[in-house]
Design a protein around this ligand. Structure first.
Ligand code: N01
Length: 537
């Protein structure tokens, strides 16, 4: 590798080769900048590389959960189902990587361990677990929002004599549960998707549920070839439209009318139609579902009524129906036969709220004084969301400041893109941006396009440094908090709030104002020559 006169090896280092890192690499190449991607996995894919648990499926519709930047790429790929399963998405990512010849600039099986800003030379020094040390002008964290898988610190896990797995780090060769007693801890999206398939195979399944979640029918089905073909004619235009919406999705619309403006019959009809359509459309039934308790109660009551219809075992009905948080404030789950799974005699539900999992024994899972004997444990216990993967890299900015210290009371960014004191460091879909409240691919493309324009502006202007101004960051953090406070989101112990990790500061991390409004702000900032950022030579 030939370094430039000031020791620079690449214009940019990109951390991660999921949807974000792949597109970032492509755009930087197009802009004439050199880049090296480091990826911990041995292939591209990010989330879809790691989350190979049975039933893993995207719950944004396939036609919208794909790149929207290239007509050639989208026309060369045809999705088979309404919601794509993990293997198909991973094949798509490899198709794109090969089409754009991305892999030659990606170093796989390599985890970035540290990134340190060298202020005199305005360069980031990046080190990896494979012994690499490289110097780049820009460091771009494409590390994903839900990529630091987390197994709770249960005592005794090392003594367990069976096998255990985390849904977010699933063995590539798959797992055969035939004839086994399986314990599943966790009933978020990953649990809800995997439990029916695990139960279809295992001899006995014990599900440890701490919080019952709202789960809606996915209504997955093969994609009508005519619909798939028609979408190829409109995808690029559709994507422009998606960028103006709240969620980066156009397959349904959020009703602007408030719940109180509907008659009771209209309320019922609206919710029924959306429920039966499947997917997240239900949350858009009225404009204030996420804003007022009375509107949210209507939706939550309807959801509980519908969910109840699928549950036949009287002893689990009350346990499976969520009653301790408003609907939607914890990420909604979409399911296929989840509730029905508990009707089977070999599936048992344990109330891990009343009697929490206290430890893992050699033979099973212990709650209070009861031991549940299992041969295998599946931890569907989620992620250190939004900040876990970023802070998993030891990042040191100007004057030796550590990002983990700066974020000790919660992440602080301007626009979710950068943090004061850390020049030339970018986050793709970082905390403080719409990210996980939106169609991730739309938000990824929005950020990557913005970052690329920004870097081109710097390069053309012979500017080497861009850094968030502290007052812009303070204003943005306050704005995100104020917006969140107008919603019902803070009313649940969700990973959006950091509440799933003991000791993690509880602040609402994504930007709740919507992709469209956020995009206007991004444009305004860029048009004002990166207002809120200090640009320097
Ligand atoms: O993780 P989660 P996930 N004892 O954090 C429980 C995306 N995703 O992997 O709710 C007992 O949602 C925890 O209980 P509680 C999607 O954005 C997308 O399922 O904290 N239980 C919860 O039930 C999703 O939201 C897709 O009380 C414990 C579960 O573990 C996000 O990823 C598919 C526990 C964790 O649920 C994360 O989903 C999958 C303990 N000590 C995921 N600790 C699709 O697109 C935790 N839990 C379809």
């Amino acid at each position: 590798m030939a370094s430039s006169a000031n020791g620079q090896d690449f214009d940019a280092v990109i951390v991660g080769a999921g949807f974000a890192g792949m597109y970032m690499l492509h755009k930087l190449r197009q802009a004439g900048l050199s880049a090296r991607v480091f990826e911990a996995g041995d292939g591209v894919g990010g989330t879809w590389y790691w989350n190979r648990y049975p039933g893993a499926r995207c719950d944004v519709e396939s036609l919208e959960y794909q790149y929207g930047f290239s007509d050639e790429i989208q026309k060369g790929w045809t999705w088979s189902e309404r919601y794509s399963a993990q293997p198909e998405i991973l094949r798509y990512q490899n198709y794109v990587a090969d089409k754009l010849d991305l892999k030659r600039d990606i170093q796989f099986s390599t985890r970035v361990t540290s990134a340190t800003y060298d202020e005199p030379n305005a360069l980031w020094t990046i080190t990896t677990d494979k012994g690499n040390t490289v110097h780049a002008r820009f460091c771009i964290m494409a590390t994903g929002c839900l990529s630091a898988a987390r197994v709770p610190d249960f005592e005794g896990i090392d003594d367990f004599t069976g096998d255990w797995y985390h849904t977010g780090d699933w063995p590539h060769e798959g797992v055969d549960f035939t004839g086994k007693r399986v314990g599943v801890i966790g009933t978020g999206s990953s649990g809800v998707q995997s439990i029916p398939l695990i139960a279809a195979q295992a001899k006995h399944v014990t599900v440890f549920q701490r919080t019952a979640n709202f789960t809606l029918p996915a209504c997955n089905r093969p994609l009508d070839p005519a619909v798939a073909a028609a979408s190829k004619q409109t995808l690029l235009e559709d994507r422009k439209h998606a960028l103006t919406t709240a969620g980066g999705i156009i397959c349904f619309e959020y009703n602007e009318r408030l719940a109180e403006d509907f008659t009771e019959a209209e309320v019922e009809a609206e919710m029924k139609a959306r429920w039966e359509a499947g997917g997240f459309a239900f949350l858009g039934a009225f404009g204030d579902v996420m804003l007022t308790k009375s509107a949210n109660d209507k939706a939550a009551d309807f959801a509980r009524r519908e969910m109840r219809k699928h549950i036949k075992k009287p002893e689990v009905v009350d346990l499976l129906l969520p009653n301790d948080h408003p609907i939607g404030v914890k990420r909604l789950c979409l399911d296929t036969d989840y509730l029905e799974t508990f009707n089977a005699p070999h599936v048992e539900l344990v109330n891990a709220r009343a009697t929490p999992v206290s430890r893992i024994s050699a033979d099973g899972i212990v709650c209070g004084d009861k031991e549940y004997k299992v041969d295998a444990i599946v931890f569907a216990t989620g992620f250190d969301a939004m900040t876990g993967a970023i802070l998993g890299v030891n990042i040191t900015g100007r004057k030796g400041e550590k990002l983990k210290d700066k974020w000790a009371a919660g992440p602080r960014t301007y626009l979710g893109l950068g943090s004061a004191g850390f020049p030339n460091l970018f986050f793709i879909t970082g905390p403080g941006s719409p990210s996980v409240l939106s169609n991730m691919i739309v938000s990824i493309e929005q950020h990557v396009d913005w970052i690329t324009d920004c870097l081109s502006r710097l390069t053309k202007g012979n500017l080497r440094v861009i850094e968030v101004k502290p007052d812009a960051e303070d204003t943005w953090v306050a704005h995100v908090n104020e917006l969140a406070a107008t919603t019902l989101y803070p009313q649940a112990n969700s990973w959006y709030m950091g509440a799933n990790i003991p000791g993690k500061p509880q602040v609402f991390m994504p930007y709740p104002g919507g992709v469209g409004v956020y995009g206007e702000k991004l444009a305004e900032v860029a048009n004002a020559d990166y207002d809120g950022f200090a640009l320097g030579a």
